[in-house]
Ligand binder design. Structure first.
Ligand code: SAJ
Length: 410
């Protein structure tokens, strides 16, 4: 990129696009944030935000008030176009790239010689080369000479996005070497981590690999938890002992895998070569099967009680966040209620309103419950006095109390 790079057009103002737009604005770029949802555009232009991310409210407010960030529903001419739109799954776990295609078409009329188009959305291998590039080439600009196209996956941890978006090492991969160089030059203007250059397909697969690796390792931990319950072994003790080995690092069993990344990205790889990825597909099925296993444990225990009260500790998709998206814990709480296994109380300190569920304090949940299902190890739960749990049936899916998932304790 040349020094004259001043304007960036960011398409998709969600968990990645809005923090990135705000960071670029704070670095002095003139940023046009584009989103198809008018209410999001209006919220941002008021200096407010529609997503929860620590520190983002202040950054957006200052970016908007400084005039460096403007939100709109239509793209405008810019030097760099940044696509960070959703890439969800279809019903049959195939990648849905309609938003990526739509964003690519939306920017094409505005493209000028020297422009750089970056796809940040997590995408199947080949998306940048085979979908984005042919669409933006309809601008008539010569790829690799007048127009540069690259993929640069994000790997920020929700809850730490503003720091990691700048500090994490980044991988940039172009459809050709010139595009790779253009993308690397652009990221070097605001990323403090190391920029690693490769081709677009490798960059796409690197992101998917990172998350598929994590999913397979979480599945191993979840499979261990099922095995340990059959063999009457405390899985938390087992993992703690096994991890004493200098080269073993087993992850933690949970109620399933939530969020819109780890539970989604491996399917992009499986879809690309199903005959070659039985391990990744099986891991997805192991993790997606855990919620049913937990509900069945609750059913077995509640069936022995009259009018049981069942307290679910935590329903967000992971600890210390307020994000309920794709949360297995929330799925479990709703299913316990749907199967009428007892009176369901939820204790979720990070979310105020829960549709159709009663959200109570920690004290009320512990005091009233016959069965306590520990699902999310929020920091507030770590202060629970274990003395209060003596007469309770504990179903510890996440190691909060380090008790077996369903052994009778008395
Ligand atoms: N989980 C377990 N056991 C574990 C670790 C996680 O059950 O030992 C569960 C969590 O409870 C949660 C899910 O897996 O439901 C995902 O949690 P996560 O800790 O993987 O965090 P995410 O999904 O918020 O972030 C991941 C990160 N990827 C990796 O760690 C490889 C992050 O760096 C990515 O940027 C993010 O996905 C993403 O956006 O792709």
């Amino acid at each position: 990129m040349t020094e004259s790079t001043k304007r960036v057009c960011v398409l998709g103002l969600g968990y990645i696009g809005l923090p990135t737009a705000s960071i670029l604005a704070s670095k002095g770029y003139d940023v046009i944030g584009v989103d198809v949802q008018r209410n999001i555009v209006e919220t941002i232009n008021r200096g407010d935000i529609h997503i929860e991310e620590p520190g983002l409210d202040l950054l957006v407010k200052s970016a908007v008030n400084s005039g460096k960030l403007k939100a709109t529903v239509e793209p405008e001419a810019a030097d760099v176009f940044f696509i960070s739109v959703p890439t969800p799954l279809t019903e049959d776990n195939a990648p849905d790239l309609t938003y990526v295609e739509a964003a690519s078409r939306a920017i094409t009329p505005f493209l000028k010689p020297g422009n750089l188009v970056i796809l940040e959305s997590t995408s199947p291998p080949g998306t940048t080369d085979d979908i984005v590039a042919p669409i933006v080439a309809e601008s008539g600009l010569t790829l690799g000479e007048e127009l540069f196209v690259a993929h640069a996956p994000e790997r920020v941890l929700p809850g730490h996005i503003l720091r990691e978006a700048v500090e994490n090492d980044r991988i940039v991969g172009g459809i050709d070497p010139q595009s790779t160089q253009a993308a690397a030059n652009f990221y070097a203007t605001f990323v403090g981590g190391t920029i690693f250059s490769t081709d677009a397909r490798t960059a796409e697969l690197s992101k998917l690999t990172e998350n598929a690796f994590r999913d397979v390792n979480i599945a191993f931990a979840n499979e261990l938890s099922l095995l340990c319950n059959k063999l009457q072994v405390n899985v938390w003790e087992l993992i703690e002992l096994a991890n004493r080995h200098p080269r073993v690092s087993i992850l933690r069993p949970g109620p399933g895998v939530g969020g819109h990344c780890i539970a989604v990205d491996p399917w992009f790889v499986v879809h690309a070569a199903p005959e070659l990825t039985p391990l990744m597909a099986t891991a997805r099925n192991v993790n997606d099967g855990k919620p049913n296993y937990v509900v069945e444990k609750v059913r077995q225990r509640s069936a022995r009680l009259r009018d049981p009260v069942i307290a679910c500790l935590g329903v967000t998709y992971k600890a210390d966040v307020d994000d309920l998206r794709e949360s297995p814990a929330l799925e479990i709480a709703h299913e316990i209620q749907r199967q009428e296994l007892g009176e369901v109380l939820v204790c979720e300190p990070f979310v105020r309103e829960l549709d159709g569920l009663t959200n109570v304090s920690i004290n009320e949940a512990i005091h009233r419950a016959d069965i306590i299902v520990a699902m999310v190890p929020h920091r507030q739960f770590k202060r629970i006095d274990q003395e209060l749990l003596k007469e309770k049936i504990l179903i510890d899916t996440c190691g909060l109390f380090m008790t077996p998932l369903d052994h009778r304790r008395f």
